[in-house]
Design a protein around this ligand. Structure first.
Ligand SMILES: Nc1nc2c(c(=O)[nH]1)N[C@H]1C(S)=C(S)[C@@H](COP(=O)(O)OP(=O)(O)OC[C@H]3O[C@@H](n4cnc5c(=O)[nH]c(N)nc54)[C@H](O)[C@@H]3O)O[C@H]1N2
Ligand SMILES: Nc1nc2c(c(=O)[nH]1)N[C@H]1C(S)=C(S)[C@@H](COP(=O)(O)OP(=O)(O)OC[C@H]3O[C@@H](n4cnc5c(=O)[nH]c(N)nc54)[C@H](O)[C@@H]3O)O[C@H]1N2
Ligand SMILES: [Mo]
Length: 788
């Protein structure tokens, strides 16, 4: 995917659209960067105070506290934050975390964005505000349209909006000139309806945020164990004896995972963290749900912190395995589970040959981890089979992301650490229902089996060829090959690599449609026309005209968490505005307008009674028989997962070992490896504030975290203004006027915040197998900003 032109700096210039000049990274000159040493532990009383402040600040006392007591309760709503599971047994009424509270507070915002707001501000004017400001304006309240050539959004009736969509979709030369993006917050009912609608319309162009997130995990796990999901359950954390946490910052992104790690620890497990950054949550944890934690008494979490270089994971894992093999060669059976290998696996010999051939100096040099530390990690690994490996984006978002996951799976399989209590892969998902969306069929490369099932149940001819994933959608938009782009939540513009490239593509469509709760920059970069369809959040009551009962009936939805538990989610709060609809209903009404005349299912009835959708799910999706009954059980139900029982549905019928080469060193001598991370005050592209409390970085996001020695070598003083240029196959991209901050990160590695760094991420750099963008490794050079 080369030949993409280098893009000019997005800070310095807006992009032209038919609705005005749109800024992509507007001036953020309120920045007043201050820095403190990074924290050594996460959470505690300050987290509780922070969450209540967020909830009360944005929502007011009653609307603020009540929902926090209902998050993740068995009759409450699923937290709209991350996908970490809830305990199967009794739940504490405070089973939420600081960042879950922020996600809830952000959603239940009492401020509203009305037609009057859009009358006052043109899209060009709005684009001069930061992403933080845009979302802070409050909840979207009524459907709005940006008409051809218009500078302002104006109100439109729901039915008229659906008619605009139907007209445009009906006029396309091919259904593949439309794309239907999904962000991972969409519930199972929304996702199932959405993919069915797209396929009845005629396309598999169903890109989703998972393409940029855990796609590499899905690929690797399917290849090796026959299912694209992890196998551990929450209860396994209490039984594990060794837990690895790789490429993940749980203190910020999955705070409730710290409770599980604390339990492992209390039951005697050791924890090894592998990360270029010493993240606070990996080091220590003060559980805010316990008195000692409230008082600031921390559990020391991590027993061994291996500060790898960026993309140093394969050499490190290979080193651990090579050490195991050396011990096992000296004393067979002492470090490798030969029984498991013989009975359940295939391909071990090739892996062992690869490990024997690996060169220790290369492994040490490329990982950045000394031989002694590798030996310690291997020593702990050989003494137990009760091993859990948790991982997230630091592993998946690399050009070798799939191989990274394969390599950590190799380690588990060598120890037989799968399908037994306290052992297995724990693929820590991001968005609260990203795993469920895929289970429901949101996938640009559906299996023929799923398509066959859709054909049988809904009696239509689904398209059989693969559609575009997120990357390919962005490329197609830029080529002018997509006329209608529909977005179920999310922020395609700011989530994709190369922000300017993504914007140029979005500005070429005939129609953009986004179903969302809040305004974001994607709504400002429009093709000929743009529709903004406001929806309810999960916390809010969803009253529909039910066809099964007299009068109105409150509908509920359901989601699947990171460990394959499906459960219901029921909103209780009064909606932020009257007239708001659930995204499920919006999708069904849109489908009724577009394909209602030819579909065998009654889309209008589905919009009013989600039980009908769940019946559709039950007939179509494996493991979902009796969905309506099962999802009503308190705590929901587990989806089947054969690998948990050591049944591996791969072509060999076994768990397959893989061989994964050490990635080539591609950095030139003057270059740095740049990784992108989330701060403590954001949910993806939604910025809650400008602080990154645990990392000690306050009031600024346009920063580059650098090793002190590297700063010195470049002659940079603390907080000096710098320009950052990325390099990929001769293409360069530039960001001006960021600030260098000293940080305990390995030399020649730097970290920047997502999404501010995205203009630097090259379009063409993706994983060969999953096509996931390499957001965690970009070659950059750094210079002092001119005139500063
Ligand atoms: N509060 C909050 N919660 C969230 C989100 C949010 O934005 N805010 N986002 C949600 C989503 S969609 C997702 S996918 C998850 C993301 O959860 P994480 O994966 O924890 O998110 P990131 O901030 O991208 O952090 C990546 C981690 O990997 C490390 N890392 C970077 N490069 C490498 C590498 O080469 N090797 C190794 N070993 N580590 C590396 C970074 O230092 C960082 O600690 O969180 C979900 N939960
Ligand atoms: N550089 C870099 N880029 C990355 C990443 C990275 O680590 N580094 N991570 C990638 C990952 S893992 C992901 S998952 C993507 C995230 O990409 P997306 O999922 O597309 O982005 P979000 O920021 O989660 O979407 C935020 C918007 O969702 C809307 N929204 C919120 N709640 C709801 C709701 O209940 N319903 C509806 N319909 N809309 C709602 C709001 O309007 C809000 O503005 O970004 C990817 N991009
Ligand atoms: Mo994600």
């Amino acid at each position: 995917m080369s030949g993409i032109p280098a893009t000019p700096n997005v800070v310095a210039s807006p992009i032209p659209t038919s609705h005005g000049e749109i800024w992509l990274l507007p001036d953020d000159s309120g920045d007043d960067l201050t820095q403190k040493p990074p924290k050594q532990k996460a959470s505690g009383l300050s987290a509780v105070v922070t969450s209540l402040r967020y909830a009360w600040g944005e929502a007011g006392l009653v609307r603020g506290t009540l929902p926090l007591l209902q998050v993740n309760q068995k009759d409450g709503f699923d937290c709209p934050g991350c996908a970490w599971p809830d305990p199967d047994g009794k739940r504490s009424s405070f089973d939420f975390c600081e960042n879950g509270a922020k996600a809830v507070a952000h959603e239940i915002d009492t401020r509203t964005v009305t037609a009057d707001f859009f009358r006052k501000h043109s899209v060009a004017e709005l684009s001069a505000h930061t992403d933080y400001w845009l979302e802070q304006q409050g909840r979207l309240t009524e459907p709005m349209i940006l008409r051809p050539g218009a500078t302002h959004y104006e109100p439109i009736a729901w039915e008229d909006a659906y008619a605009v969509i139907a007209n445009e979709l009906h006029s396309l030369a091919s259904p593949d000139r439309a794309a239907f993006y999904t962000s991972g917050k969409a519930t199972n009912e929304a996702a199932f309806a959405y993919q069915l609608f797209a396929r009845q319309y005629g396309t598999n162009n169903l890109p989703d945020c998972s393409n940029m997130c855990h796609e590499s995990s899905g690929r690797a796990l399917t290849k090796m164990i026959g299912i694209g999901k992890g196998t551990v359950k929450l209860e396994d954390f209490g039984k594990a004896e060794l837990v690895f946490v790789l490429g993940q910052n749980p203190g910020t992104n999955h705070p409730r995972q710290l409770t599980a790690l604390q339990e492992s620890k209390r039951n005697g497990a050791k924890i090894i963290a592998i990360n270029p950054l010493p993240e606070a949550g990996l080091m220590g944890f003060m559980n805010p749900q316990e008195i000692s934690g409230m008082l600031g008494v921390a559990t020391q979490l991590c027993d061994l912190f291996l500060q790898v270089k960026i993309n140093g994971d394969i050499p490190l894992l290979k080193g651990i395995m090579k050490q195991l093999l050396e011990w096992d060669d000296a004393q067979p059976g002492s470090a490798i589970d030969h029984d498991f290998i013989a009975q359940y696996s295939s391909g071990a010999e090739e892996l062992l040959t690869d490990l024997r051939a690996a060169d220790w100096d290369t492994l040490v040099e490329r990982s950045g981890i000394d031989r002694e530390s590798i030996r310690t990690a291997a020593d702990w690994t050989r003494s137990t089979e009760k091993i859990i490996i948790c991982w997230c984006l630091g592993i998946t978002q690399h050009t070798n992301g799939t191989q990274n996951v394969c390599e950590l799976m190799n380690l588990l399989l060598l120890r037989g650490a799968i399908g037994k209590p306290g052992a297995g892969p724990c693929c820590v998902r991001g968005h609260s229902n990203v795993q469920g969306d895929r289970t429901m069929g949101v996938w640009e490369q559906p299996t023929q089996a799923l398509l066959d099932q859709l054909q049988t149940v809904f009696d239509f001819e689904p398209p059989r060829h693969a559609g575009f994933d997120s990357q390919r959608t962005s490329l197609a938009l830029h080529r002018g090959d997509i006329d209608v782009f529909v977005s179920l939540g999310g922020n395609f513009l700011m989530a994709l690599p190369d922000t300017r490239f993504a914007a140029e593509g979005l500005a070429k469509t005939r129609l953009n449609v986004r179903i969302g709760t809040k305004l974001n920059r994607a709504d400002l970069v429009a093709g000929a026309q743009s529709l903004l369809l406001p929806c309810l959040g999960r916390t809010e009551v969803d009253l529909r005209q039910s066809s099964t009962a007299d009068g109105q009936q409150a509908q509920f939805t359901s989601t699947e968490n990171s460990m394959g538990v499906v459960q219901s989610s029921r909103g209780r709060l009064k909606p932020a505005a009257s007239g708001l609809r659930n995204e499920v209903a919006i999708i069904c009404e849109m489908a009724a307008a577009v394909v209602g005349d030819r579909a065998k299912n009654d889309w209008r009835a589905w919009a009013d009674n989600y039980d009908l959708i769940r019946d559709g799910i039950a007939s179509t999706i494996g493991g979902c028989q009796g969905y309506n009954e099962k999802v009503r059980q308190p705590g929901g139900f587990y989806l089947p997962n054969a690998a948990r029982e050591r049944v591996f549905n791969t072509p060999t019928g076994k768990a397959n070992f893989t061989v994964n080469p050490v990635p080539e060193e591609t950095l030139l001598p003057n270059q740095f490896a740049m990784t992108t991370v989330r701060s403590h005050d954001q949910f993806n592209t939604t910025i809650y504030g400008k602080h990154d409390r645990y990392r000690g970085i306050f009031n600024a996001r346009r920063v580059v975290m650098m090793n002190a020695a590297d700063m010195q070598a470049l002659g940079l003083s603390a907080r000096e203004k710098i320009n950052v240029t990325s390099h990929h196959q001769g293409e360069t991209r530039v960001l001006l006027d960021f600030q260098a901050v000293e940080y305990p990160i390995p030399r020649r590695c730097v970290a920047m915040y997502y999404p501010e760094a995205n203009p630097l991420i090259p379009m063409g750099s993706t994983d060969a197998s999953s096509n996931c963008p390499s957001f965690k490794h970009t070659a950059v050079t750094i210079e002092k900003a001119a005139g500063k």
